[in-house]
Design a protein around this ligand. Structure first.
Ligand SMILES: *Cc1c(COP(=O)(O)O)cnc(C)c1O
Length: 427
């Protein structure tokens, strides 16, 4: 595969930006090799600067659930550009997107728009702390909630003790109030609530994970979180930046039938432009400034261009056929992969929820971050490389989820399955 342009651009980029990128996982550091510079996308395909064509299973890390270059999203951006891009005033389209979100996500009665998922989660935690008048936050190892200081920590040595920073530049004092526990272990959460009685403001979780690939919560875990939070007057925050409008129209909360107190959104709701949001019951959201005392603001928040793209996206997602199709095509991929792996005796676990798919190159059930082994990762890296050589763009890290779009058809999945058959026979 010719890669001269990408190689040249990456060499230059490395002199201009740290690692040549503006977000680390793009650099291919996890899988090895040099990233492809993408020049354009159309439907299910992306094309790099050397004009190599790939079937895209990343969808810009989630947002593009209707594929690349969606006509109605593109038209809506063109239309709004005629009138100017930002005013720093209230605008009509903010109401429209807010209504679309409130209508589809059950636990949201009021919503605040921000510009990224990171902003949404850090604002949600501030709201939870301000609302409960408590400081401690519980999160789970392997969940990603953006790059705010409070989340860049891990459990360190002892369980249910305070965290250690995972990045230089994050002060110990900032993560002194973050506690990281194991996903799918309700006993740890129960013990922590006992140990820090009346001190825990919130539990934040990816209700179905997408950042340690795709792991579903066990029933006793997710329902247990709900009741522990209620009993202890702590807020349950579902970080649905990835799962929102992905695992179902109403997000993971609809799929799992568990209602959080605060929900964060991003990715899909921006239609490919920068948008994040957090929302919840009116009673909680009314504590946000200027209605309440908890401060949070944004110069470009709710700008008409992002709102317009989001509206065009969410309007199309009101059609139930979208999710029926995504379920069907995702099952076709997931079942195909499972059958082939069994036939060829290749260890593979496939976790799929509507348009999100997690593959683990192992035959042991994966319930938490610790279950993802080194061999899982090195096997995935081999698969990733082989797929890329066969024009299939899987995420360049074993910890990332595959995303399907409505533009992917059986024909493309058949190519993936054929490729996987050849790969798994040889390994
Ligand atoms: C992507 C993601 C974020 C961060 O969103 P950004 O827009 O990249 O800041 C937060 N939480 C989850 C679950 C995500 O998948």
């Amino acid at each position: 595969m010719k890669k001269t342009e990408s190689d040249k651009l990456f060499k230059e980029a490395k002199t201009l930006m740290p690692g040549g990128v503006n977000s680390p996982v793009r650099s291919f550091k996890a899988v090895g090799g040099i990233p492809h510079f993408i020049a354009r996308g159309n439907g299910p395909f992306i094309f790099d600067e050397d004009n190599n064509k790939f079937i895209d299973f990343t969808c810009s890390w989630g947002p593009l659930i209707l594929g690349h270059n969606n006509k109605l999203v593109k038209d809506s951006i063109k239309e709004v550009l005629e009138f100017g891009t930002s005013f720093g005033t209230p605008t009509r389209r903010e109401n429209l997107l807010a209504k679309l979100i409130i209508d589809s996500v059950k636990s949201i009665e009021k919503v605040r728009f921000v510009n990224s998922g990171t902003e949404a989660t850090m604002s949600a935690v501030r709201l939870a702390r301000g609302y409960t008048n408590k400081d401690l936050i519980i999160k789970f190892e392997g969940c990603y909630h953006g790059h705010a200081d409070i989340f860049l920590s891990n459990a360190g040595s002892g369980l249910a003790t305070f965290d250690q920073p995972t990045s230089p530049g994050v002060p110990q004092s900032v993560v002194d109030s973050t506690i990281t526990l194991d996903y799918n272990n309700i006993n740890q959460v129960e013990d922590t609530f006992k140990k820090y009685k009346d001190k825990i403001a919130a539990v934040i979780i990816e209700p179905i994970t997408g950042n340690m690939s795709v792991i579903k919560p066990k029933n006793d875990f997710i329902f247990g979180l709900r009741s522990l939070c209620t009993e202890n007057k702590a807020l349950l925050i579902f970080d649905e930046v990835m799962t929102g409008y992905r695992v179902s129209h109403g997000g993971a909360q609809e799929y799992l039938k568990v209602e959080p107190d605060i929900t964060t959104l991003g990715k899909v709701i921006g239609g490919g432009l920068p948008v994040g949001a957090y929302g919840g019951k009116n009673e909680i959201m009314s504590h946000v400034s200027p209605e309440g005392p908890i401060y949070q603001a944004g110069t470009l928040s709710g700008n008409p261009v992002s709102m317009s793209a989001g509206i065009a996206m969410l309007k199309q997602l009101q059609n139930k056929d979208v999710y029926d199709y995504l379920n069907e095509i995702t099952n076709y991929l997931a079942n195909g992969l499972k059958e082939i792996s069994e036939k060829n005796n290749y260890p593979l676990i496939v976790n799929s929820y509507c348009s999100m798919v997690g593959i683990f190159c192992t035959d042991v059930t994966v319930n938490s971050y610790k279950d993802i082994t080194q061999s899982c990762i090195s096997n995935y890296n081999k698969l990733h490389k082989y797929f890329l050589e066969n024009s299939i763009y899987f995420p360049p890290s074993a910890y990332e989820a595959l995303f399907l779009s409505t533009e992917i058809k059986k024909k493309q999945i058949d190519h993936v399955l054929d490729t996987f058959n050849r790969f798994s026979k040889a390994h």
